[in-house]
Ligand binder design. Structure first.
Ligand code: UT7
Length: 313
């Protein structure tokens, strides 16, 4: 059996924190932020839990897939900002969505969380253990942001993205390439009850090297060419990282959708939020080849080749 994506959903909190408002909080300005990152505003969850954002995105994905929550047999939640040490976020999503027959667990893989969760869903489905898997990535980055540190507080935002994956004859999640280098972990950390501490330049250098590497490995494994890919859906961290990856892969930016101008870096939620936007804008069609690629704290990085088959698109 193969695994394929059959529905997507996302949720963004209403409050927009603009660069203009940020520049009243720290010494920065709109031009610096836009030029160096591509970000104009980010969403902030003023009240409510991470699991509430997750559940909102999950309900939309279930609806998009046309699946009854009771038919889901596994929920994988990805978050770096869980509401509780336990129960896990997936269990709270189960309670809110009524997915009563699902097993539930969370994964912690920071900005690569969606890539790890989708790989896990693929593996479980292909092993025959589960048939319908709900992945939900939800992040309240504003809760672990040092609002006095201008080098990080301009980057992050809150939000959630979700996907439903189903066992299928269609080979929708074709190939996976995953990596981690724990020796580099110190360049991007958030200790328990503390805020994000990051060496931005180190993370930048790492991302522009490793993301093209993993994509090339993935495409070679599947004998697929860069020009066969409809969209490269990258973790939305900095538009300059995405531009550099496009250049290193020898292709142009029109195959790299970008929404970070509106949402900033929503960590593991960024790829499924962008995927949901593309799906709802009818920009994805059956047989389109997509590459998802993530990178982040660990340090970790990885990519997944998908052939789109979402019946609702
Ligand atoms: O999910 C993964 C998470 N992390 C990332 O993706 C981060 C990757 N790194 C980056 O995106 C970039 O490194 C940053 C956006 C964080 C920083 O951009 P940069 O071009 O690497 O700037 P920089 O750190 O080299 O700083 C350049 C200057 C410094 O001033 P001096 O020393 O040249 O006088 C900074 O103090 O810009 C200053 N600066 C700012 N100025 C205005 C740093 N932050 C700001 C700011 N506003 N917000």
């Amino acid at each position: 059996m193969n695994a394929t994506i059959i529905g997507t959903g996302s949720f963004l909190p209403a409050y927009k924190l603009t660069n203009r408002e940020l520049s009243t909080m720290v010494e920065t300005d709109n031009e610096w932020i836009v030029t160096r990152t591509g970000i104009s505003e980010r969403r902030i969850q003023k009240s409510g839990d991470v699991a509430d954002m997750a559940s909102n995105a999950a309900i939309k994905a279930l609806d998009n897939a046309g699946i009854n929550p009771k038919d889901i047999d596994l929920i994988i939640a990805s978050t770096s900002t869980p509401d509780y040490l336990f129960p896990n976020c997936a269990s709270i999503v189960q309670k809110i969505t009524g997915a009563d027959n699902a097993a539930c667990f969370d994964i912690s893989a920071a900005c690569s969380g969606f890539i790890m969760a989708l790989s896990a869903a693929k593996a479980y489905i292909e092993a025959g253990m589960f048939k319908k898997v709900l992945i939900v990535c939800s992040e309240k980055m504003s809760g672990i942001t040092d609002w006095k540190d201008r080098s990080t507080c301009i980057l992050f935002g809150d939000g959630a993205g979700a996907c439903v994956i189903e066992s299928s004859e269609h080979d929708g999640i074709k190939s996976v390439d995953l990596h981690n280098d724990g020796k580099l972990g110190g360049v991007l950390t958030a200790k328990r009850n503390e805020n994000i501490v990051m060496n931005g330049q180190e993370v930048f250098r790492f991302a522009v090297k490793k993301v093209p590497e993993t994509i090339n490995t993935l495409l070679e494994k599947e004998s697929t060419d860069v020009k066969d890919i409809k969209y490269f859906i990258l973790h939305q961290a900095n538009v300059r990282i995405i531009e550099s990856v496009a250049k290193r892969l020898g292709t142009d930016m029109n195959r790299f959708p970008v929404n970070l101008s509106k949402y900033g870096n929503t960590s593991s939620a960024s790829i499924p939020i962008l995927l949901d936007e593309l799906n709802r804008e009818n920009k994805l069609h059956a047989k389109d080849l997509l590459v998802f690629a993530g990178f982040g704290a660990g340090l970790n990085w990885g990519s997944i080749l998908v052939e789109w088959n979402c019946r609702k698109s």
